[in-house]
Structures are given as C-alpha cells and as structure tokens.
Design a protein around this ligand. Structure first.
Ligand SMILES: [Zn+2]
Length: 420
C-alpha cells in the first residue's frame, strides 16, 4: 500500500485521456494532390493506447459533427513488421466492441475526407482493453512524469509514444528506458524543428489555402533491426532499433548525426514535377540541407563528405560527354546546391509554391527537366542555359530555345564555379 503522502508527491502518469476529441483531416492522397508531392504519408491520428493480441476492446463514439465514418486502425506501419496488414474497424455512434487479431498493436484513428471542407468531429471514450502507453505530449508532459510513467508501465506496454505539434514518434520501451534521463521536451521540439525546416524551404506556412503546412502529423517509428534496412520514408518514417540512440537523444537530432532523419523527412516533401527518374535521392537533399542550415551546422554535407572533387573530375570531361542524369547522387546534389549558393532559399521556396499553384502536367523525365529548367530561369530571372549545358543537361534543343526566348540576362558569375 502506498502512503497518501507518496501519492501526493507523485506526478500524474503521462498517458492519454480516456475521452478524446478527433477532428476530420484531409486524407493523405488529398494532401499529396494539394502539395504536389511524389508520395503519400501518414494520415492517422495517435490515441496513446495499445491493445494486446486477441484482446476484446470496447469504446464509445459520440458524433458531434458530420457523417463521415471514422476508422480505428491497430498496428503501426513498419513497427509491427510481422503484421501483414493493419487491422481496421469502422466506428459508429454508440458503444461497440471489437476483437484484436493475433498481433495487437498501437491504436490510431483514421478520420479523413478527400477535401478540405467536410466538417467532422467525434468524441471517443476508450474503455476496456485499451492499455495506456507512456505518452509524452509536447508542452504538457514533464520529465519527472515521464520517469514515473516509464517505471509504472514498463511491463504492460511494449512501446512508448511522443506527440509534438507536427509529429508522432513511436519508440520501444527498452530504448525509452535506456534514454529516460535525456530531455524529452527537447526531442519533440527538435522533431518539430526538422518538419519546420522542410516546411520553410517548401514555402509552406499558415493553416489554410494551398500553401498551408501539412495538416497531418509525420509518423516516425522504430522497427526491429532484424528487419534489415536502416531508415526510410513511406506511409511512415522508420528507423531501425539500432538507431534509437539518435532519436531519443536530442543532441543527435540536431548535429551531423541528424542527417538520416532530416533526409527521410525530406523524402516526404519531394515534389513530383521536378523529381525526374533518377533524382529520388537527389532533390530530397534540398530539404536535408535546409535542416542542416536550420540547426546551424557550419559546414555543408557536400564539404563534409568531400564531394567537391567529384565536381572537378566531372567538369574535366568535354561538355558533350557530360550527362547529368548519369551522375551519382553526391554529384547531382551539387547542382541543386550551387543554385542555392547563387540564389538562396527563395529559389526553392518559389519553385515549390509555383508548382503547387500551377500544378504542371508533366510526367516524362524530359518534361520534368524542361519544367525545372524553365522554372529556375523564370524564378531567378536569369538565363541559366550556360549553367545547365555545363552540367550536362541532355534535353531537346527546343528547351534551350525556349529559355533564350525568355530574353533574360545571364548571371553575372559562372555558377558552376561556386563552392562552399
Ligand atoms: Zn533517401
């Protein structure tokens, strides 16, 4: 029996409320269309609860607004890699009972519309079978609460969750305990900073209109190291268990070790119109480099990786023998970085904004290259033909004619000579 005094001195556990309000959000595909991104990302909302395998769960739903059916999803993408698919239940008004499959897992709510105007709000009361996990909520949970919660729930929940303004992060209990003495508030602050740097370089701000920041939170989750891989982006961003030390110690989110998560977040921001065939691992670093600068890293990744000599080697070839698309990822990244060195953040901010506004119908690599080249000239108000020719952009000569027809002046300096 715990003394009354001890009870008074212990902070309340950092767990989810049993009654929660959920509002409708745009579906992943609706966001992708607005933002002109290449790929869907998360549109699930965290609940802070876990359900055990084969358990019976009971919840009550009160519909405050709207007629859209919300769904309960059990299982975190990638986290439960043993699970073939997540388990979904349609929710209706009133009390309802479901049975979890043999996997169980963390519980999410999917409550989406394929537009930005459908209203919807539900109140969910989580009842029997919903097991609270340690749930660190930005600006609410204290470090002392976190320690008490981990100790209290370490044998009942396999995972912990962090919730920030822009992210949901799932980590496993073992590593949460291992790094419990770190500053959790700083972790969630830095996760939001990373999303913020990608929003910034994408020209995204505010909460309405075509340039609003993404409505749904980024989902970042641990995955068994035995599953192979390392860190990747998709419907969620995953990091293998062996990388937990980078996610649960804030210093590794903001120093050069943060590159991995900056890069994976970058993948969720790539626009399809100017990411042609072999640039998936290239344009992504427009965003990673924005995070690197955002955190004040004094030396760019290009210099740190000693990539500049690759440029020197490439430029020793005759122009006719250069083929930008055939270059390796480090080399191709330099082209985008030189444009940044010449024109700064505004080039990518305005390119991203105009891509969302104009929604170009480009699908082939040639169409995307033409779109990027003409857009870069129009945004910078410079004729960049010399730069693109030196970089070995193998496009139809008509593209260079179109650039010439813009009657812009050439840059005062040879941008291919820029270094940092
Ligand atoms: Zn990548």
């Amino acid at each position: 029996m715990v003394s009354a005094l001890a009870d008074l001195q212990s902070p309340a556990l950092a767990i989810a409320d049993s009654v929660q309000i959920f509002k409708i959000t745009p579906s992943a595909s609706t966001e992708v269309d607005r933002l002109q991104f290449r790929a869907n990302h998360n549109d699930m909302q965290a609940t802070g609860f876990y359900v055990a395998p084969n358990s019976t769960i009971t919840l009550n739903v009160k519909i405050n607004t709207g007629t859209t059916v919300a769904r309960l999803a059990i299982g975190t993408p990638f986290r439960d890699n043993i699970r073939p698919v997540r388990q979904y239940f349609n929710l209706q008004a009133g009390t309802q009972t479901f049975t979890a499959d043999q996997y169980g897992g963390l519980v999410y709510v999917i409550y989406t519309a394929n537009n930005y105007s459908t209203p919807g709000e539900i109140e969910v009361t989580f009842g029997d079978g919903f097991i609270p996990v340690p749930y660190f909520q930005k600006g609410k949970t204290t470090h002392a609460q976190w320690l008490v919660t981990l100790d209290s729930l370490k044998n009942s929940a396999p995972d912990v969750m962090f919730s920030s303004d822009r992210t949901i992060m799932v980590a496993n209990m073992d590593e949460a305990l291992l790094y419990q003495n770190e500053d959790q508030q700083l972790i969630v602050d830095r996760l939001d900073s990373i999303i913020g740097f990608s929003n910034y370089i994408s020209g995204l701000s505010g909460t309405s209109g075509v340039h609003a920041i993404p409505y749904n939170k980024h989902l970042i989750t641990v995955r068994d190291s035995s599953a192979g891989g390392y860190m990747a982006a998709g419907i969620s961003i995953y990091f293998t268990e062996s990388l937990s030390y980078r996610m649960l110690q804030p210093k590794y989110l903001s120093n050069t070790n943060g590159w991995g998560i900056w890069h994976e977040v970058g993948h969720t921001y790539q626009q399809k119109a100017w990411t042609w065939g072999n640039l998936t691992e290239t344009t992504v670093n427009v965003y990673s480099l924005a995070s690197e600068r955002g955190f004040g890293i004094p030396v760019s990744r290009i210099t740190a990786n000693n990539s500049w000599p690759k440029l020197d080697t490439y430029f020793q070839k005759n122009i006719a023998d250069r083929n930008f698309n055939a270059g390796d990822n480090d080399l191709k990244m330099i082209m985008f970085h030189q444009l940044w060195l010449a024109f700064g953040d505004n080039l990518y901010i305005n390119l991203s904004r105009s891509t969302r506004e104009n929604r170009p119908t480009v699908s082939t690599d040639a169409e995307k290259m033409r779109y990027f080249m003409l857009s870069a000239c129009q945004i910078t108000q410079k004729d960049l033909s010399d730069f693109f020719r030196k970089w070995g952009f193998k496009v139809d000569e008509s593209v260079y004619t179109e650039i010439a027809n813009l009657s812009l002046t050439a840059p005062a300096q040879d941008i291919t000579l820029l270094r940092d």
